[in-house]
Unconditional design. Sequence first.
Length: 267
Amino acid sequence: MSEELRPILETRGLGISFGGLKAVQDFNLRLYPGELAGLIGPNGAGKTTVFNLLTGVYVPTEGSVMLDGEVLNGKKTHQFVAAGVARTFQNIRLFRQMSVIDNVKAAFAKDIKYRMGAALFRTPAYWRAEAAMEQRALDLLDIFNLKEYAGALASSLPYGQQRKLEIARALATDMKVLLLDEPAAGMNPTETAELVECIGIVRERFGIAILLIEHDMSLVMKLCERITVLDYGQTIAEGGPEEIASNPRVITAYLGESDGEEDASHA
């Protein structure tokens, strides 16, 4: 990736401590428009904590997060979303008892132009805005082959389609950066193949930068141009897939991995 191109997402010396424990320290990342990068590491390495720092869930105790040159430190999660950072989670978080299309339309809330009075009295302005949102939502669902399920409950979709719906909803926020937290977890091979296609669409059609956390190393090596490896909250390696796969420090970190699940505060 050319250094002449300005990074869309950048961190400088980013870190956070919990009660004296440094969960992440001196984390430096540059993510460029259209790039697909990976963030990997053993359980407890600090990956999810980094995502929480990049989305305003945690406020860093040191360093900075910048989106398109703007420092986002101290902003709330909804302000990160408004600025252009969207995220999916390890456990799918949809409005399960709402329809598929309403899940997508919910992400358009910041774009609503009509006033409360227009909504109460169902004025022409209200119906025009609603029709426009409906069409935008249908267009997004169509991209991911979900249009036929628009009126179905989100909870009725198979797991792989729920993940695609979550990504479609993220796209509705007009994001610049998409953070994918273990998107292939729990998927069968067919669903994983569909996910790869979905990620490719997001990247190629929309030019969105993607940062991916994933334990499926074959998926990471297949998708990511550049990979950053964390261990105990510190970056131990960064490079292309082949370089990472043969790095002795990375191999040692994974051989020493415990079987426990990542702790929510040190993930």
